[in-house]
Design a protein around this ligand. Structure first.
Ligand SMILES: N[C@@H](CCC(=O)N[C@@H](CSS)C(=O)NCC(=O)O)C(=O)O
Length: 310
């Protein structure tokens, strides 16, 4: 059995440092792609600095008076199988913070338990008033911090789809508006990955937060939690691909470090959703992906805002 190699080459250190330092989007994307590339072979040299790397990057929003941040939760861990120790990225989850720059009212989308301090520190630093923590669905791969956030931020409310089966202060459905200052997001129901998946569209349709319904050049799996490939196909085509071509897509995950796409790009290049519905169903029924590491604990915890045992 081979062991974890600790020899640090300059390229690996550069990758690790850019991950750790919360470097620019381009840098982060490069780093994540490199880390994945480096992790493929059994003899890959893995920089220990990559373990538990957590970072965030910022982007500007096209909308006047809208503050926008995209955070990455990249939790890397070593997994031992029968052949070797493999370097595996466990969860590549994006959390989004949006705020009205004038009133300072803010909302957070898909916050992760492990990064609650990072998120709340930035909220505090920027002088924002966080009013809502909303989840795009009942996640299977990580635990939400929305419940714990409610305990730490006075007046904060939680929200999730009414079809998620989860408890929250606000149960959302099609057409609901999530307001923060002069801005708002509109809820579109996009079931398929789970029954309770929702997508949020900004008022000027310049941004869409797709959760796991649509990923960059991919989409959420449909093999557990009421997964339904046909429903997912219809959801994406009817509720997301009908948005303008230049609408920016912000997903809940990316496993290659890609941070953003557009509706036009995905409509053209998404290798799953550009197929016919029958072909899509065939693809989705044969993904043969391993179950998320934390599925058992995550789903039950997320049904209660991540507050199990707290
Ligand atoms: N290795 C990860 C889980 C990866 C995974 O299954 N991702 C989900 C979204 S989180 S439930 C997914 O839908 N992936 C689609 C795909 O094509 O990869 C872990 O162990 O957490």
């Amino acid at each position: 059995m081979c062991s974890i190699l600790t020899k640090v080459r300059p390229i690996h250190r550069a990758v690790a440092l850019s991950l750790r330092l919360g470097a620019s989007t381009e840098c982060s994307r490069y780093a994540a792609t490199q880390s994945r590339r480096l992790s493929r072979g059994v003899n890959s040299v893995v920089d220990p600095l990559l373990i538990n790397a957590r970072f965030y990057c910022s982007r500007t929003a096209k909308t006047e008076g809208l503050l926008f941040r995209q955070f990455t939760y990249l939790h890397c861990k070593f997994v031992q199988n029968t052949i070797c120790h493999l370097f595996e990225v466990e969860s590549c989850t994006y959390t989004y913070l949006l705020a009205d720059t004038k009133t300072k009212e803010a909302i957070i989308i898909d916050p992760v338990l492990e990064t609650i301090d990072r998120d709340l520190n930035l909220v505090m630093e920027l002088g924002l008033k966080l009013t809502l923590a909303v989840n795009t669905h009942c996640h299977a791969d990580h635990i939400t911090s929305s419940g714990l956030m409610k305990k730490r931020v006075s007046g904060l409310k939680s929200a999730i789809s009414k079809f998620s089966g989860a408890s929250a202060d606000i149960l959302l459905s099609e057409g609901d508006k999530i307001a923060f200052g002069k801005h708002y997001l509109t809820v579109r129901e996009t079931p398929g990955h789970t029954d309770g998946c929702i997508t949020f569209v900004s008022a000027d349709e310049s941004m869409v937060f797709t959760g796991d319904s649509l990923l960059i050049r991919g989409c959420g799996r449909t093999d557990f939690q009421q997964g339904c490939p046909k429903c997912l196909y219809d959801s994406v085509h009817d509720k997301i691909f009908t948005l303008p071509d230049n609408c920016l897509i912000y997903p809940a995950h990316d496993y290659l470090g890609q941070t953003v796409s557009t509706v036009g790009e995905e409509r053209k290049f998404n290798p799953r959703l550009t197929k016919s519905k029958d072909e899509f169903v065939e693809i989705m029924n044969n993904l043969n992906l391993p179950k998320p590491f934390k599925i058992d604990v995550s789903v039950s915890a997320n049904l209660v805002c991540g507050l199990h045992g707290l």
